[in-house]
Structure formats: structure tokens, C-alpha cells
Ligand binder design. Sequence first.
Ligand code: ADP
Ligand code: MG
Ligand code: MG
Length: 910
Amino acid sequence: MKKYVYFFGNGKADGRADMKALLGGKGANLAEMTNIRLPVPAGFTISTEVCTYYYENKRTYPRTLANDVAIALKKVEKSMGAKFGDPKNPLLVSVRSGARASMPGMMDTVLNLGLNDVVAEGLVKKTNNRRFVYDSYRRFVQMYGDVVLGLKPVHKDEIDPFEVIIEEKKKAKGIHLDTELDADDLKELVDQFKQAIKDQTGHDFPQNPMKQLWGAVGAVFGSWNNERAIAYRKLYDIPDWWGTAVNVQSMVFGNMGEDSGTGVAFTRDAATGENLFYGEYLMNAQGEDVVAGIRTPLPIAQLKQENAKIYAQLDRIRKALEKHYRDMMDIEFTIQQGKLYMLQCRVGKRTAFAAIKIAVDMVQQRLISDKEALNRIEPEALNQLLRPVFDLKEKEGAVKSGRLLAKGLNAGPGAATGRIVFNAPDAEEWKKRGELVILTRIETSPEDIKGMDAAEGILTARGGMTSHAALVARQMGKVCVAGCSALEMDYGKRTMTVKGKVLKEGDWISLDGTTGEVIEGKVPTKPSEVLQVLIGKTLHPKHAPVYQQYAKIMSWADKYRRLNIRTNADQPDQASNAVAFGAEGIGLCRTEHMFFGEGKIGPMREMILADTVEARTAALAKLLPLQRADFEGIFVAMNGRPVTIRTIDPPLHEFLPHEEPAQRELAQQMGISYEKVRQRVEGLHEFNPMLGFRGCRLGIIFPEITEMQSRAIFEAAANVQAQGIKVEPEVMIPLVGHVKELEHQEKIVRRVASEVMQEKNVKFKYLVGTMIEIPRGAITADEIARVAEFFSFGTNDLTQTTLGVSRDDSARFLIPYVEKEIYPKDPFEVLDQTGVGELMKIAIEKGRAARPGLKVGICGEHGGEPSSVEFCHRINQNYVSCSPFRVPIARLAAARAALADTKRGKSKQG
Ligand code: ADP
Ligand code: MG
Ligand code: MG
């Protein structure tokens, strides 16, 4: 018989930490903490398989489940010495959701289950604490009403009916805090809540504990498919079929008085990564109070003063957990009358700053290996290290001039400037219009995630470092200032008042997520620490701790990766930036970008508009020295590293003036009539330029262009080599679909190369290769490889031509396509491995069969996207090439791909 229920308690559990797929993260870790003898209240987990069954069988359960649950419940009763539903000695439980991946606040939990009118009175006798009992009971009725009976409001503007009743009661009594309600008030609340349930559902609140239990279990399974949970799964690529587990656990009570409490903590600082115990707690409170922002919690350091014994125990557990899990953990705990209990632990979410610091520190502490460290840092996360920070002088100036509005908690580091919006849908909408926005709210909740994703930064008036806003911002890598209590928000008027100043929707503000400062207006930013060291060279590595960690990670990445990393750069400054980021060559230098430079566009236009070979050659002669100088600059910057230069590629009309004044000016320069210019420009008009007169087609019809470009490349190579700098030019012919196209161009390139070598009496090495960006090129790669010494996949065009989709016209349908899951991701961002990737595989296989040792790379946008880099590694490319700022990301992605190989047991290959 299938096992559906897993018990934990008394130092022994059926499950383990590595059973997350079956038990969910929460259940697996409750089991693990039990096994390592941490104080965990006994309970059991109903597996995710039951959730799958539930949805596959019209919301029913496996036949054996009820019996399994009854047996497990007996065990829990025995271990706690109490009985579910027994008024004399009642066992109360929580019913908690828990999926394989953590989905903070997405699904529902019910506490204090098992209470009814009789049990409540029994518990009063037993505990002699009437206030505690009715506080627990009113929480239970409220949660049960919200979660199980569906009274929780669906829309933003609706208010929880129970909250309305509480507010009325507090107002009537003239009090502010929940803790000021006495036992009689709470008992009255219970009755009023029950009445509200009856009014709204037509049914009585269930008094039978078993009925309550199954109601809650069904609600947890049901919550897997609530709107919020579905949206969250979409955002984080969590598959629907995973399902959630349900945990039923004996209650421990943080609301039994001032010697009780509850809290959440991180074993290290999740924002900075510092090795400090970081957390928040509230005395005389239950579970959700800490995160809900009802009362502002106290920092964990204060617990040390308030209760040194509990703090010491917690600190021991913190160390034990890190040693056991070898990672930074996020924990939930409750203190019941001076006794500590652990209620949850999981690997803690962290910022990229923290991820890197913690990984590096843990390697130094010998908790993890450098390989594990690499696997723990998402390549994309490195972006956060390269992001701008506020210019300190500018910020000080802003503060001095009185623009500092307030200070909150530094929940998500970095600098953000944008315009105020007050709700998530607005944030999404404004962002779509191209605005930068700061999502400004009293507090955020799970339904805000899309808006948070759209915002540059998030600002909240309430909630601590572990509030929803802080947690999610860190995970998304957003700048966040939380709990900024000086702000008074008025959603209705769409204003925010602080220090008597009124800010309106659309006003600019700036957030420093590293310090928690909120500043009025825009504050200019400056490059991050890593950039100051590598690019600006304005900071010494010694004084740059963030840079030092970055450098460590990069050195480990380089140790394991097999792919070479190149960059796409057209100018010497871009090239040297890329080298600073670790580029090992240029994978794509677009020569046409050079023609747009100062003094170059004129001769270029003359060249295009020439109507005789002589006139064209004369114009090209003006361009030759300009291009040569560009190439010299690049060769010098690359200092011996290989440089792939692509001959002219775009449709010619892109270079031409399309407005009359510019056409007149050009006519004058060329000494021809305006009318002639106008006609020529018109004559070059194309209906579908992307598939028109471009790429190698230009060099075939106008061989003088290829001739000039080859000469510029090789003369530059000879000149730079004469300065004692090694050069390695690789000439790349674009848009080749037929081997004869390549042959035609190759002849010109090789002839010019030998002419230059003779003229200058030097020798240099060079390669001639092609871009593979047309399906015909990929399919006939064996023929092409007889001529080409290297392939470089131009995956932007290869995606356009394989999918038959014009990238520039695709937004209107590709975004809905991705929403409808026709393509899993935008294929121009993330390589379409099954379609375009298959062509790449064919090209490599056929190409290398014809020419063993054929060098293969990629130079499309995908060369800097981690999953595409991984693919390039798997199909045995030699290198990927990406924009300079993505080079670190590609280095890390390549290393992780190589490490995944060793895991799969594949041997290293060339
Ligand atoms: P979430 O996944 O939203 O954090 P949880 O299941 O962890 O939901 O529960 C919500 C809150 O209730 C947490 O603060 C948790 O510590 C508390 N809680 C859950 N189970 C118990 C229990 N058995 N005893 C005391 N507090 C509990
Ligand atoms: Mg929790
Ligand atoms: Mg192309």
C-alpha cells in the first residue's frame, strides 16, 4: 500500500530533508530538524502525491488516507500527551501548506485547530488562562472563516469582515492594540465571528474537530490553485503538477503571556550576507503577527537582553543548523512559557550581494567547496553587483538641501530612482508605458508581486526586515526600503505625506536600499564598486570588499569552465571594458557601426550612392584609413586576443539620409543634384530589408567593399604587429546560405591578405569563416566548412529565419505567445533549443565531419543568457560571445554548465 502520511516527533521522523518533492520543503525540513533532535512539536505530513490525486480525481482523496491520518494523529496525541477534541486535555494543531519550492505567503495556514465551545472552556480550566484561550479561539475562527469557508476578500478594496468587527470593538473600547482586548472582549469576538460566518455562508461554524481538520486539509490543497499561487508559479517557473503537501502539527503557543512569543530569523544577514544573527520577534504573539505588520517587531539582538537563556539556545540552534545544512537558513520559532520550539527552517532567500558574500565566506569556513559556491550563485544575480549606486556626493548634497524624506529599513540594497505609484496594477501599467516607477505601499501582499516586478524599487511604510516586501524584493533583486513609518499614505487621494510635505502620484523619489534612505526627487547614480575597480580604475581592489568577492567567484568559475568567453565589441573602449570583465577575445566586431562615427558617414553615403565603380572606389579610398585606424585601436585593446571582424552586413538604406534637408546637404557635398540623391535613396527602398540586399550579398555585388574592408583589417594587423603586439584577425562573412557565396568572398579576403603581406613584407596569421544565421547555411554546413575555418552562430537572425518571425515586429504576438505557453520564453532572449538549437547541432556535426577541429562560437544575444550558454556548452562549442557587461555572467554560467557535466558523469572534452 502506498504511504501517504509521514510522521515526525520524539526525535524521529519518517521523512528527510531530501524528500522535498514528496513532503514539500516545510515537511521535509520539519522531519530533518526532528531527526537532528531540535525541539520540533510533533506532527505529520500528507504528501504531495495526495494533492496530485486530489486534482486528478475530482477533489477526492485516496481511499486509505483517512485511516493513515487517524493513525498518525494517534501518534501525535501520544507524543504530546493530549487528545484531539478532548475538553479535559485537548490537542490543538496547525494545518500548514508547504510546496516543494517555498512560495512565501501564497497558500494558506490555519492555527489553533481543534477548538470549539466545549474544548475552549476545558482549556480555560486546564491553563487557567482565559484570555489566551479566547485569543486563540478568535484567531482560529477568523482563519478558518477566511481560509476554509472563503470569507477572505478577493479584491484589494474589500476588507476582511473579521477585521471590521475587531476594529469596531477596539473603537468602542477606545483602545489601539489587539493585546489590549481582554478575555471577555475576545469571547464576544468569537461569537460575533461565528455569527458573521452564519450570515455569509448560511452554515454554522463547525464544532466537530475532525470535520474542522478535513475542512482545513481540503482548503490547503485547494489553495494550490488560487489566483495568487498560480501567478507566483508563473513568475518563478514552478510547474503546476508539483502540488503542495499538508502539514498537521501540534500547536505551541506564543500568546500565553509575556514569557511567550514568536519570531523569524536568518542565520546570517540576508541583505548584506554578514555573518550575524538576524531576525525579529514579538512577545505574547502568535505566528503571523510578526510578518503581518500589525505590531512592529523587535530586533533579535534585544532578545539577548530580555531573555539571555532563550537567546543562547537560539544561537546554538542557529550554528547547528548552518553546520548541518551548510547554508544560510531562514527559521521560524515560538517560545511557549519560556520554552523554545522550532517551527520551520529552509534555505534563506538572499540578495546577490549576500549570496556572493555567504558563498565566499562559507568556502573560507570550509563549510562548502568552491564548486558548491558556484552552484549557489545564479549567473543573472551578478547583474546586481554591476548596477549603479548613488553618487555619495550627490546624495549628501540632496540630504543637506533637506530632501531626505525619511529613513526606513535597508531591505534590498542598490539605488533606485523613479516616480511614485501607489498600487501594483498601476506599476505594471506605467512600466508598460516606459516609465520608471517606485511602488509605494503601506505594506505589500502576495497579490502585489507583478507590480513589484515592474517597479525599480519598493517602498513600504510598515513591516520589518522579514516582511513580505523585504522578502520578495530580495528574491527579485529589487531595491527596497521597508517599514518607513514616517510616511503617511492616502491611497484614496494618491498622496504620501511626510514631515508635512505632500508627495503625489507621479512625483520622483529616490531610494537607497543599502542605507534605507528615501530622498525626494532624482539623485544621480555612479558605477558600482566592481565597475569602479575594473572600468573606472578609480578604486583600489584593497578598498573594495564587494569586488574582492566578485573576483574570487570569477577565479573559481575560470577554473572549471570549458567554454571560452568572448565579447561583442565594435570600439576600443568597449573592447577594453570587456577584457576587464574577463573577455578572451572578440566574437563579433560589427564594422558598419564604425561607419556611423564622426566624419565617416559622408564618404559612406558617397560610396553607396556612387553609380560607377570608379566613383565607388574613390569613396572607399576615403573610408580605408578611417576603418584601418578603428581596427588598429581594437587590436591594441585586445592585445593578442583573437578578434572576429564581420564584413558589412545591414541593408544599405540604413546609412542613407531619408529627410530632404539631409539629402540636400549630401547632394551639395557630392556635387550632384538633390533630385539624383532622392532617386537613389528611393531606389534602394526595400519591402523586406531583413531578407533583402544585405550581408554577403553586398560584398558579392560590390566586391570593392569587401576588398577595402579586408585591406583595412590586414593593414591594421600588420601595423599593430610591427609595434610588437600580437594580432589574430578572423574575418567573418555574414548571411551565407550557399557555399559559393562564401567562396566568392573568401577569394577576395585571401588575395588581399597576401597582397598586404607582400607589400609590407610581413607575415601574420588569420582565419576566414562565416556566420551561420540562415537555415540553408546550417543544413549545408559540411559544404560550407570546406571553406570556412570557423562558424559563429548569429542566433538573432537564425531565430528570425528559422521561426519565420521578424524580431522587430514580434512584440504584438510573441508576448501573448509566451503567456499562452506556445513558446516557453521569448525565443529572442532565451535560445529556442528544440528548433534553432537543433539546427545548430546539425551545423556543428556536419561542419566538424568535414573539418575536424572547426572552431565554433555564438555571437547572438543569446551568448550572454545563462540557459543558452549552458546549451552551447553541451553541444560542444568552443566559445560564446556576449556584450561586455554580460561577460561575468557568461563565465559563471559556463562554469556551472561544466560542473553539471561532471555531475552527469561526462568526461572533459575539447
Ligand atoms: P507560511 O508558509 O505562510 O509561513 P506557516 O505554515 O509557516 O505559513 O504558518 C504561519 C505562521 O504560523 C508561522 O509564523 C508559523 O510559525 C506559525 N505556526 C505554524 N504552525 C504552528 C504551530 N504548530 N505552533 C505554533 N505556531 C505555528
Ligand atoms: Mg512559515
Ligand atoms: Mg545577422
